[in-house]
Design a protein around this ligand. Structure first.
Ligand code: PLP
Length: 382
């Protein structure tokens, strides 16, 4: 038997009490049994999103939420800006183009964060730009974009929506939806939210709802206005993924007990320890600035294929991390510290990386990274 450890940036491990809650018999989504369940999830999501607006719950992966964020608020040939600093930035562009939007990309070198001035420059003199699309945490590079400052820039334009893919950032990074003026923010269940895949969440500001009234894009499954009306009565438009929503309430309970600030702090400390430990082994981080608290991307040492490191971690040591995507494939591997994670997930990951490198013939001192992680995390409640 090879014991398995899931340390990928989604799906992430699900806490046992959440798994237990999801083993209850199915209840009917239009029955009175379900109303309080959805009502509680609705309140919990507002808390988690730090917003006074209802957060839509969709039965889809995160990408479904991204698609809805495009076809509910924009019209074909409208001008938008996409911050493209990795695989998921590229996905915004592909979705926008598939609906006929006129996309201008701000291309950000992989491993770097967008400078808010770049967004400012792109918007200056272009009040007809209807939206700015961005990732909070760009999972493919392990970089966090400065959402607060970019939202400030976008907020100066009355007709421009700030649309954030926070799928891998939710719970790991403090994102103040209302206070910062984020108009549309997409989340997903299988990352920081510690649930199985299958739910997308979308918050919508008043500014964005006003825009939705003017949108004529065809949408049937991801019809946000219909979802909003149903949600007022604690229902979803179609059959609710009742099991996942029951699990969501359990997750919200766990996070309320921990406290949001503490959850952000836990992710920050685990991420910091991971980065310092990895550097102590002699490896370089792929994120050259503004590293994400959700996932650490690590450069494969010269002469070793990043995909082989990922494969060896999994096959020899039972650790499922992640390889590189797109242009970074083969050059990096990624370790998540996202959701249901603590000190010994970091220790496990760093230890497995050391053993993997040694096994692959790389000159690494066993324990060099682990010692650093232990020092940094000792006396730590995470
Ligand atoms: C995982 C992820 C997605 C895609 O989510 P799916 O659930 O696979 O559709 C989108 N954006 C980011 C930043 C992600 O990490």
């Amino acid at each position: 038997m090879l014991k398995r450890y899931l340390l990928a940036p989604g799906p992430t491990p699900v806490p046992p009490e959440v798994l237990m809650s999801m083993s209850m018999p199915i209840i009917h989504h239009r029955s009175p049994d379900f109303i309080p369940v959805l009502e509680s999830a609705k309140e919990g999501l507002k808390w988690l999103y730090q917003t006074d607006n209802d957060v839509l719950i969709l039965c889809s992966t995160g990408t479904g939420g991204m698609v809805g964020a495009v076809n509910n608020f924009f019209n074909p040939s409208e001008k938008v800006i996409v911050v493209n600093g990795g695989k998921f930035g590229e996905r915004w562009t592909r979705i926008c183009k598939s609906y006929g939007l006129d996309v201008t990309e701000i291309e950000v070198r992989w491993g770097y964060a967008v400078r808010p001035e770049q967004v400012e420059e792109a918007l200056r003199g272009n009040p007809d730009i209807k939206g700015v699309f961005i990732q909070a945490s760009e999972t493919s590079t392990g970089v966090y974009h400065d959402i607060k400052t970019v939202a400030e820039v976008v907020g100066k334009y009355d007709d421009t929506l700030m649309v954030v893919d926070a799928i891998s950032a939710l719970v790991a990074h403090d994102l103040k939806t209302d206070e910062w003026g984020i108009d549309v923010m997409v989340g997903g269940s299988q990352k920081g939210v510690m649930l199985p895949p299958g739910l997308a969440f979308v918050s919508v500001s008043d500014k964005a709802w006003a825009r939705a009234e003017k949108c004529s894009m065809p949408n049937f499954y991801f019809n946000f206005r219909a979802e909003r009306e149903k949600l007022k009565n604690n229902q979803t438009n179609f059959t609710s993924p009742v099991t996942l929503i029951i699990g969501l309430n359990e997750v919200i309970g766990i996070l309320r007990k921990e406290g949001l600030e503490n959850a952000f702090h836990r992710h920050a400390r685990l991420a910091h320890a991971t980065r310092e430990a990895v550097r102590a082994t002699g490896l370089n981080l792929f994120a050259k600035e503004s590293p994400s608290n959700s996932v650490t991307a690590i450069e494969a040492p010269a002469g070793i294929d990043g995909q082989l490191i990922y494969k060896t971690l999994r096959e020899s040591f039972g650790v499922t991390a992640a390889g590189g995507q797109g242009d970074a494939k083969g050059k990096i591997f990624r370790i998540a510290h996202l959701g249901y994670t603590g000190i010994f997930d970091v220790i496990t990951a760093v230890s497995a990386v050391e053993m993997t490198l040694k096994k692959l013939g790389h000159d690494v001192k066993l324990g060099s990274g682990v010692a650093v992680a232990e020092e940094l995390l000792m006396g730590d409640k995470a």
